[in-house]
Ligand binder design. Structure first.
Ligand SMILES: Cc1cc2nc3c(=O)[nH]c(=O)nc-3n(C[C@H](O)[C@H](O)[C@H](O)COP(=O)(O)O)c2cc1C
Length: 148
């Protein structure tokens, strides 16, 4: 049984829907989850020794949604090396834009720089091919749960 913080970055709610379905799957596997919709570095701190799942879309030109920018900047400026952190990333995007899934990939790159251990591969979900993102994320989360 693991304690998993789910950190969401969304504009229109797709990433939140994915996060809520992920939480239900993980709880069903016996894990404890907590979803953060406007996550802060303070929310993140307890999970440095646990597990974090970042679920974020991309806006602008490969940018993170505003709701998750304070977390990203806070981790970058204040937290530094976090080798005990285990994490996963679900990146929502649209391949008709340049910088496909840039927000989630940027988050993954930051955590890699900080020595965190990624569990599994980053999942990228293309809205132009999959209007229902949870159809892509749910099987990924089921597999991810087996790696924890
Ligand atoms: C204004 C705008 C800019 C976007 N920019 C990008 C982008 O640079 N790269 C990308 O992969 N997707 C981009 N997208 C696509 C969104 O990330 C995608 O539609 C996602 O499913 C939205 O999820 P959300 O409702 O959680 O925000 C953009 C969408 C909008 C509306």
């Amino acid at each position: 049984m693991a304690e998993i913080g789910i950190f969401v970055g969304t504009m229109y709610g797709n990433a939140l829907l994915v996060a809520e379905e992920a939480a239900a799957i993980l709880e069903g596997e016996g894990h404890q989850t907590q979803i953060f919709e406007d996550p802060t570095p303070e929310d993140w701190l307890p999970f440095q020794e646990k597990i974090a799942l970042v679920v974020t879309s991309t806006t602008g030109q490969g940018d993170l949604p505003e709701s998750i920018v304070p977390l990203f900047e806070g981790i970058k400026e204040r937290l530094g090396y976090q080798p005990n952190l285990r994490y996963g990333v679900i990146a929502l995007g649209d391949s008709t834009y340049s910088h496909y899934c840039g927000g989630g990939l940027k988050f993954d790159a930051l955590l890699q720089e900080q020595g965190a251990q990624r569990v599994g591969e980053v999942l990228t979900i293309d809205a132009s091919e999959h209007p229902e993102p949870e159809g892509q994320s749910n099987p990924w989360v089921e597999h991810w749960a087996t790696l924890l």
